[in-house]
Design a protein around this ligand. Structure first.
Ligand code: SF4
Length: 248
């Protein structure tokens, strides 16, 4: 092998170390950015797991700004699972009509009844029980564990996944937010946050919503610009909606 060829290949250890440094920078930058830039929503001020699950169900496929006034009225009228379980589906449908996804009304009632009947009107605090709840999947379970019970768990939705894919050139199966490798990557960030997963999750959510948007990321003003693989060369261009390379 010619000597010049050898210099082109970085040892595996160096690559791993470089990646680890980048992951640490990613977490550090986002936690700093979170101090002054995360958004203020009513469900972010409380640690009540019932209210968090209500907010998360309303936020599915719906903009936070649209959810805020509906959420505030809703939790005032139905402040706990008991009150919610007594409402009719028609009544609930009327309350959340402006959010669309009508089947949410039935889902909310079923969830409330399950909580009353099986959990004494309380939201369970362990993943296994959470995952048995109606309408609760991986994302909502992690959101409850993180935002209500203070655990260091990632909340990977489409926005979160997009940010990881761009910054670290990941190649997920689609949809990326359901790819177990993306979840594993996000989980590996958790030991670095040391009890600040909530801040990191909110920072990722807000940065990906405000700056690293799906169609036109503002790389020029992004705090992750210097470590992001999706370089500022792409600013102003429409990024590919779907990564082209998949796992085999
Ligand atoms: S530099 Fe651009 S692509 Fe990278 S995270 Fe920031 S906005 Fe997204």
């Amino acid at each position: 092998m010619r000597p010049e060829c050898i210099t082109l290949v970085a040892p595996q250890g160096q690559i791993a170390m470089k990646q680890q440094t980048k992951v640490e920078s990613f977490v550090h930058v986002l936690l700093s950015w979170a101090r002054n830039n995360t958004r203020d929503f009513p469900w972010r001020k409380i640690g009540d797991p019932y209210k968090i699950v209500i907010a998360e169900i309303m936020l599915q496929r719906t903009k936070a700004e649209q959810v805020a006034p509906v959420y505030e009225r809703f939790v005032e009228k139905y402040p706990n699972p008991e009150a919610l379980s007594k409402a009719s589906v028609a009544e609930l449908r009327g309350e959340i009509l402006s959010l669309g996804l009508e089947k949410r009304a039935q889902g909310l009632k079923k969830l409330a009844e399950q909580l009353v009947e099986q959990h004494g009107s309380k939201i369970p605090s362990n993943r296994r029980e959470l995952m048995k709840l109606h309408w609760v999947g991986n994302y909502i379970a992690n959101a409850i564990l993180c935002h209500a019970f203070g655990l260091d768990t990632p909340t990977v939705d489409a926005n979160f996944a997009r940010l990881l894919v761009r910054v670290f050139s990941l190649r997920p199966k689609l949809p990326a937010q359901k790819d177990k490798n993306i979840w594993a990557f996000a989980q590996n960030l958790m030991p670095l946050v040391k009890g600040r997963a909530r801040e990191l999750n909110l920072a990722i959510l807000d940065l990906s919503t405000k700056i690293c948007t799906r169609q036109k990321p503002s790389c020029g003003t992004c705090p992750l610009n210097s470590i992001c693989d999706y370089t500022s060369d792409h600013e102003g261009e429409r990024p590919p909606e779907r990564p082209r390379i998949r796992h085999s």
